[in-house]
Every structure is written in C-alpha cells, then in structure tokens.
Ligand binder design. Structure first.
Ligand SMILES: Cc1ncc(COP(=O)(O)O)c(C=O)c1O
Length: 533
C-alpha cells in the first residue's frame, strides 16, 4: 500500500470542493471544437454540403463511435492547433509566441532525440545494400551493422517491405522473449508474443476478444488513460471504474477493487478483466510489489484476465521504487499458465526511446488455451501484420546494446541523459504545481505525467457553467489562451466527482521548463485574483 506524499489533508480538503458538475466518464463533450476558433481561423475551408444530402449523418453512424472520446487529442488540442496556425500567419496576434504542448506523451515531437543505435539498425535494415559498402564501417557502429545482419537474416528474403507472419517475425519474437526472460528471471515463449503497431491495437484486440455485450465489464482505474474508456466504448462493453486514492499517492487498494466488483455484479455486469497501468498514466505512481501480489491474487480468485499496461516500464524516477512486471510477480507467487490469464502490453513509444511514430509494440499473452490463442491469431491475421520497422524496434528495446558492445557507452549515455532529465523535469514541475494556490500534486514516480488537483473557486465553477463547459476544461482553455500552454482537463481521464485536475506531461525540453513554470504561475495568480471567492 502506498503512503504518500503531498499533504493528504490538503488533497482531502480539495475533494470537498463544491461544484454542480457530476463528472461522468463517458459524457459527450459539451461543445464542438469549432466554437472556440476565431472568425479568422485558418481552419476556415469551403463549407461541406448539408448533411441531409449525404448518406452518413450523426443520426445513423454506429452509436458506439459517438460514445467514444479521446481527450488527449480533444477540444483543447484542436484549439491549440488553430492558435498555432494563427501565430504563423499573424505573428504577435497572441500574448505568447509559441504553443507549449504538454498534452501528450509524444517525446520526439518536443525535441527528444532518438537512440542512435536503434536508428542505425533501422536504417541499415531498410537499405541493406549499403551494408556491404566500405563507407558504412565509418558511418555506423560495428554492433549496429552486426545486428542489422542478424535481423535481416531472420526476415524471409531480407525483405522489410514484405508482409510478415501475423504475430510478427519469429526471430524478433525470439529476441523479445529472451529480453523478457532476462528482465523477469522467468521463461517467456515467443509463441506468446504478438507484435502490434504500438500497444493501442493490442488493447483493442483484447477488448474485441473479451467484450460480448454491454453486460461484460472491464475494471478500469480512474483516472485512466482514455484508450481504455474509448476502446471499451467502441467494443460495446461496460467500464467498471475503480478509483485510485489520491491521498495515498494514487494508491490502488484491493478493497476498492472488491467493492466495485461487487457493485458491478449487483447490476448484472459480468466482470471479465482488470486493467492496471503501471507505472500509471495519468497519475505517475509505481506499484509496490506487495500491492501487485494483492492484485494478482484478486484476479486469480475472481477469474479475471489481468490486462497489465506496462508501457512505462523504463520510466521510473525514484530510487525507492522499481518496475516489476505482473508476470514476474505472478510467477514468483508460484502461479503459472493454469492459474492466471495475463496480458502484458509493451510499446516502443515510451521509455527512453519515445519512438511513437514508428508504431511498434507487443503483447505477451499467457494463461490462455491453444484454442483461444488461435482466435487471437485469427484476429491478428485480419490486419495481416504490424509494420516491420515497429517490429524491429520492439526487438531492439527488449535487447539493447550490452556491456562490451561498441555502442554500449554512447547508448548508456543517451539513455541515462534522457531518463535523468525527465526525472529533473518531473520534480521541477511537481514543485511548481505545489506552489500554486489551491493546487496539490503527487510525485511522478514514473511514466511521463503529473496530475495535479485544483480546488477551483465557486465563482470559476459558475463561470464555467455559464460557458457551458466543465470547470477543468474552462481552466485549461483560459490557460491556453493566455499562455500557449496545453494541458488536458482531468475530466478526460475521469476523476472523483467533486474534484478537478489537469494532466501535464513532463516532456517539454529542459530549457523550456522555466518558461512553462513562470507562464503558468503568472496565469494562475491572475486567474485566482479574478475568481477567488
Ligand atoms: C498507458 C498507455 N498505454 C498505451 C499507450 C499507447 O501507446 P502506443 O499505442 O503508442 O504504443 C499509451 C500512450 O500514451 C499509454 O500512455
């Protein structure tokens, strides 16, 4: 059980913040993005024909699509993009000269550099004819050249432009399984690995497999990364929320799981799976091993599939915590294939690699019978295969250079530089949030985000109501218009009713952090001066 942190009393008092909004996770956005664009918006384009003339309208599309929301790229971001265009076409038209995107965990879009070794291998695999050229020895490290040969030898015809096996190239799955084994100290089977275009399609595949109707429930943390609420909505299931405890540093209590499970069952819901995001998004907590054991035991007893989102496994910033995979924890409790069904999601988008655009990832599926694996394979084959660069990267992140390899030192320096800078940025932003009136912020022990709680004055809540928007959205919109900083309102992730939050990534480059802090601090003071009760 995690014990934290920032004045739990302060957090608790924020919780009693009065407001007239009952936050519902899957509520449609109050207003369309276009409301917030100025009349001179560069997004102006010829108006589309009236929908009455078109065969597809909001009245006749799949209602599950209408229900689905994805806040990280929602209204605030659309407004930010419009402002960015305006800054380009009319410099000086806003009180800031750039948009600071703190809304999405997309490290390279904010200047993070890719790991050289990974890119060398990718480049060589994609253009193998240079492998035999003498200049290549001078331009690429010897171990990158060797790795590229190894990988190409695993690809039939050395053709990176060909479809692969639908689970992913076998040799790459062997490498990944070996990487998992080295990480966990327990065996991993390459046949359990499904390579995917990032973790997101893997999550969709599992939801597709598990959800039969709106009576099938998926236990999901609140706050949660909206991939989960969106995919549950798209596949027509029921999201069964369990609340993380902000006062204990976003602790995950098994008693809360039990309570919500019983509540769901009493409503006729059949719980099928439990989602755990560790390290957490948007909440940044890293689970302690004994807590993980409690979760494994709970899933085993209740017959729930444990969907372990472990995409931030390399992003741990505090010495007192470390990442342990759920598979390692389950196996160390003596539970094998027959005891627990467990899916672990990993991605090339996060960690120190941040290769979001390459779309690579995998799921390791254990504790399912061969007939179910066949069904998963069938679903994977409908998409033919995931992209080959993403597959190669997934193998590289699970098998980076080792001591003695030519690239090892530069690789380690790049990796440590990125992770230590992220840790410093997390701390600076956490301190800045805790210095704001009415704001409390737990530590980012891991992942890439802070999720501060803001006690908004009643007057601000009334103003939001008048503007027909949620109070946290109101705050984020005002912040963006005044400073160019893009946060995501807490409502997009779910929050305890009566509390307000926003999510801020720790990803702006380190030299931009002072600007984020000073602009935010100045804005917050003037916001509070305007609305203080
Ligand atoms: C917790 C979590 N899971 C999954 C994903 C999906 O990542 P990708 O599809 O890029 O692998 C993200 C992306 O931000 C995430 O934060």
């Amino acid at each position: 059980m995690r014990r934290s942190v920032i004045g739990s009393a302060k957090a608790l008092s924020n919780r009693s913040c009065q407001n007239h909004w009952n936050v519902l996770l899957l509520r449609p956005l109050a207003s369309s993005p276009s409301r917030f664009l100025s009349s001179t918006s560069v997004l102006d384009s010829p108006p589309p024909p009236p929908s009455s003339m078109l065969p597809v309208s909001l009245d006749n599309i799949n209602p599950k699509v209408l229900k689905c929301e994805y806040a990280v790229r929602g209204e605030i971001v659309t407004l930010a993009q419009a402002l960015q265009e305006e800054l380009k076409s009319k410099p000086g038209s806003h009180p800031f000269d750039e948009i600071l995107y703190c809304n999405i965990g997309n490290p390279q879009s904010l200047g993070q550099q890719p790991i050289t070794f990974f890119r060398e291998v990718l480049a060589l695999c994609d253009h193998p004819s240079i492998l035999d050229r003498s200049e290549t020895q001078g331009l690429f490290s010897a171990d990158a050249i060797e790795r590229a040969w190894q990988i190409l030898d695993q690809i039939p015809g050395r053709a990176t432009g060909a479809y692969s096996h639908s689970q992913g190239i076998k040799g790459l799955r062997d490498t990944i399984a070996a990487g998992i084994e080295a990480r966990d100290g327990f065996p991993a089977d390459p046949n359990d690995i499904f390579l995917t275009d990032g973790a997101s399609p893997a999550v969709h595949m599992m939801m597709q497999l598990l959800i039969r109707s709106e009576k099938d429930g998926i236990l999901c943390p609140i706050p949660q990364y909206p991939l989960y609420s969106a995919s549950i909505a798209l596949h027509g299931g029921a999201l069964v929320p369990y609340y993380l405890d902000e006062a204990t540093g976003w602790g995950l209590e098994v008693s809360e799981l039990k309570k919500q499970l019983a509540d769901a069952k009493s409503k006729g819901i059949t719980p099928r799976a439990l989602v755990v995001i560790n390290p957490g998004n948007p909440t940044g907590q890293v689970l302690a091993e004994d807590n993980q054991r409690g979760i494994v035991e709970f899933c085993k007893q209740e017959g729930l599939v444990l969907l372990a989102d472990e995409v931030y496994q390399e992003n741990v910033y505090v010495p007192e915590k470390k990442f342990d995979s759920f598979k390692k924890v389950a196996r160390s409790m003596g539970y094998g294939e027959k005891d627990i069904s467990l899916v672990s999601f990993q991605s090339v988008s996060k960690g120190y690699y941040g290769e979001c655009g390459k779309r690579g990832g995998y799921m390791e599926v254990t504790g399912f019978g061969p007939e179910i694996r066949e069904q998963i394979y069938k679903v994977a084959s409908v998409n033919l295969c995931s992209n080959i660069s993403g597959q190669i990267l997934a193998s590289l992140v699970m098998s980076p250079p080792k001591v003695g390899d030519e690239s090892y030192e530069s690789y380690s320096a790049e990796k440590d530089g990125i992770l230590s800078s992220l840790a410093r940025r997390a701390k600076t932003l956490e301190d800045a949030f805790n210095n704001l009136e009415g704001v409390t912020c737990n530590k980012a022990e891991g992942a890439m985000y802070l999720f501060p709680c803001i006690c908004l004055p009643e007057k601000a809540i009334k103003a939001a109501e008048a503007a027909k928007t949620a109070p946290d959205n109101f705050y984020c919109r005002r912040l963006l218009n005044a400073t160019g900083i893009v946060f995501v309102p807490g409502s997009g992730f779910g929050q305890l009713p009566g509390t307000w939050h926003f999510r801020c990534t720790i990803l702006p480059q380190e030299d931009k952090i002072p600007a984020v802090v000073s602009r935010l601090t100045e804005f917050h003071k003037s916001f509070m001066d305007e609305f203080r009760d």
